[in-house]
Design a protein around this ligand. Structure first.
Ligand code: COA
Length: 637
């Protein structure tokens, strides 16, 4: 676990295991390089993935375009050769292209649109000191965790689930506390601090009442212990309470569109006070945001909303700095979690944490006072702050649902991959809500390869469509036939997953071909200006599995205006679904989606119970009782 006992509250937070790790650490020598898939394989799969998602007429136009691209001696072959050359001299041929495309060139605001959050269980703080003790304990855990990263003492991660057992790239861990996403007028930059032989004094930024304070956590080469951290946090809290010293909520600028923020930043840095303040934030380890009570009932859904956008300007929306990868949020009302800037890493995992061997400093007799960051706001900046709207807050439609009908154990007993099963259920749900399937993104880790991040499992397979059509439309189809179609859909999904995690999916490859053509200043190949390609990357359904070992959950917003974000957390006997969409879209509704999903999961369970001859026999008498299977021994499966 991450720290010693300090107080009862600290012990409670410790029980939560709240130390967050974000995948990867120091390049793992010996990991293979990400392969470049064969060109023809990708093109065939592209056609297969899109044929049933677009009108027939459109497909008739697209097919010859793709064939021309892939013809012997054609543009595709040339670009493929160039990609293969690139892969020889890069650790990962797609990484830079992918980072720019996925994150840095995206101009949308980070909150909701890009930054995922982890929502912690609600805390019961009885007083302000409870909150600050929790914060001190959390910071202490973070510092300890950072020491493990710096000391390269984290054990290597190994793959679980499909193709379990292979070591995973640990590169991303290094970026957790050292990166900063700098806004740019056209494209952002992911700045990485280089570690120095003599590390600089380290600090975190504490946000409180929209003010930003520097909290040095290493003083005279000694790391502050929890008691000292608590003392400093108390001092910060008092400073934040002085109304006459309060400065405008500059953090709001970081929740704006990236181009707008870049423009505002270029105005800010003209002043040396602002430059110094920005520098302190950009070089900090992380933020700790001490939030005011939100005045909202803290349901799972509301906590997810508050974590995603802070509740707007009249709540804690300005108490953030979204460019920094890690913002730990500690609300006085017990609403806690972490907001992540996604570009440096993904896949939030809990550290079950080994005890640190590092020596902690004794309390220091004299601690230097924390400093408030100062800002000089020109009228231009003031004007931007004033117009910063509530649109994001009003627009986000979120539903966090704990599906208790069954969990991954039931699915495993069907001899099916739980992930594939859930993906098919999501397709079924979308079909039932909208009468069609759409290009779907499921993130698949490619950390088996050097500098691997993710590729896409396109879950809206033709096999899934055949199954959902049978389930949704026809009473003429027998259960046995439906079961057969479910198996085919599950197998197709599982096969795609294996392709993706072994570096053979199509999205990164197509992106690579597109980008290398651009880099070589060639005319854009028709394949990439074709409507079908635009449709193929407009991910109306954006999904991701983020399993946790503790009672917490991850969520994020949709990636397109008319889409859904669907993050799920499969557990033994239940599954948490976090579904998001935008209220401004007349097509979507998170509540409807979740309600439909529950029904679809139930129907799939019924079908399996009636007809899955492959299901693992158990020595228990299984009897359906509503949503619950009652086992012989009385436990629920
Ligand atoms: N019969 C019985 N059990 C099966 C099975 C089958 N046919 N197929 C799989 N299982 C078991 C697995 O062995 C595994 O067991 P475990 O719980 O003991 O580990 C479990 O079911 C889960 O496997 P599965 O559901 O197939 O999924 P997975 O764990 O392989 O995950 C991905 C699949 C795609 C989600 C995963 O490979 C991945 O890439 N994850 C990263 C996603 C990501 O990046 N998220 C963060 C984005 S910010």
């Amino acid at each position: 676990m991450i720290a010693d006992k300090f107080t009862e509250e600290a012990e409670r937070s410790r029980a939560l295991g709240i130390a967050l790790a974000f995948i990867s650490f120091g390049s793992l020598a010996g990991l293979p390089k990400l392969p470049v898939p064969p060109l023809q394989q990708t093109l065939d799969m592209y056609l297969k993935c899109m044929s049933h998602l677009i009108p027939e007429e459109q497909f008739k136009k697209t097919k010859p375009i793709v064939e021309k691209f892939g013809a012997p001696g054609g543009m595709g072959e040339f670009l493929q050769k160039k990609l293969l050359e690139r892969s020889e001299h890069k650790a990962n041929w797609v990484y830079d292209y992918w980072l720019e495309d996925m994150y840095l060139s995206n101009r949308l605001a980070l909150p909701v649109n890009s930054s995922p959050v982890m929502v912690f269980p609600k805390q019961n703080f009885r007083s302000q000191s409870d909150t600050l003790r929790f914060a001190a304990h959390l910071i202490s855990g973070v510092l300890e965790y950072k020491s493990l990263i710096d000391g390269r003492a984290l054990p290597v991660d190994y793959a679980r689930g499909q193709l379990a057992g292979t070591p995973l790239c640990m590169d991303q861990y290094n970026k957790v506390f050292t990166s900063y996403r700098l806004p740019g007028p056209k494209i952002d930059t992911l700045v990485a601090q280089k570690s120095t032989v003599m590390p600089e004094p380290e600090h975190i930024i504490v946000a409180c009442k929209n003010q930003f304070f520097v909290l040095d956590v290493v003083i005279n080469f000694r790391r502050l212990n929890e008691k000292d951290l608590y003392t400093q946090l108390e001092r910060i809290r008092k400073m934040a309470d002085i109304e006459e010293e309060r400065l405008p909520p500059i953090g709001l600028l970081t929740s704006d569109g990236r181009t707008q923020w870049a423009e505002a930043r270029s105005v800010l840095i003209k002043d040396s006070t602002n430059r110094d303040s920005l520098d302190m934030i950009e070089r900090c380890l992380c933020l700790v945001c001490l939030d005011e009570p939100s005045g909202t009932e803290l349901t799972d859904t509301n906590r997810a909303l508050l974590m995603l956008h802070g509740g707007g300007t009249d709540k804690n929306g300005g108490n953030r700095w979204y460019d920094k990868p890690m913002q730990f949020v500690i609300g006085a009302d017990g609403c806690c979690g972490v907001v992540c800037e996604h570009s440096p890493f993904e896949g939030i995992v809990l550290v079950r944490g080994s005890p640190s061997k590092l020596v902690r400093a004794a309390s220091m007799s004299e601690l230097p006072a924390p400093r408030r960051l100062r800002w000089k706001c020109s009228p231009d900046i003031q004007a931007v702050l004033n117009v910063n709207s509530h649109r994001l807050v009003k627009n986000l439609d979120m539903n966090v649902n704990k599906f208790t009908g069954y969990g991954k154990e039931f699915i495993k007993k069907q001899k099916m991959s739980p992930d594939a099963y859930i993906q098919v259920a999501l397709q079924f749900t979308f079909y039932r809500c909208h009468g069609r399937l759409v290009p779907t993104y499921e993130s698949a880790s490619v950390r088996r390869f050097q500098e691997g991040r993710v590729d896409n499992i396109r879950s809206s397979t033709p096999e899934a469509l055949a199954f959902v059509k049978a389930m949704a439309n026809s009473s003429k189809i027998t259960d046995a036939e439906k079961m057969e179609l479910l198996w085919t859909a599950i197998k197709a999904q599982t096969n795609y997953t294996i392709l993706a995690i072994t570096g053979m999916a199509i999205d990164n490859h197509l992106l690579g071909l597109r980008e290398i053509a651009k880099e070589l200043k060639l005319e854009k190949p028709e394949l990439f200006s074709d409507t079908t390609y635009a449709t193929s990357i407009h991910f109306i359904l954006s999904t991701s599995q983020v399993p946790t070992t503790e009672e917490m959950f991850c969520c994020y917003g949709p990636v397109v205006p008319n889409g859904y974000g669907a993050c799920y957390n499969p557990q033994t006997d239940h599954i948490i679904f976090c579904v998001s969409s935008f209220r401004e879209s007349a097509e979507t509704s998170s509540d409807l989606f979740v309600k439909t999903l529950e029904g679809c999961l139930k129907e799939m369970q019924d079908l399996c119970i009636k007809g899955n001859t492959e299901a693992k026999p158990t020595d228990s008498t299984e009897k359906m009782d509503g949503n619950t299977k009652v086992m012989k021994n009385g436990s629920k499966s």
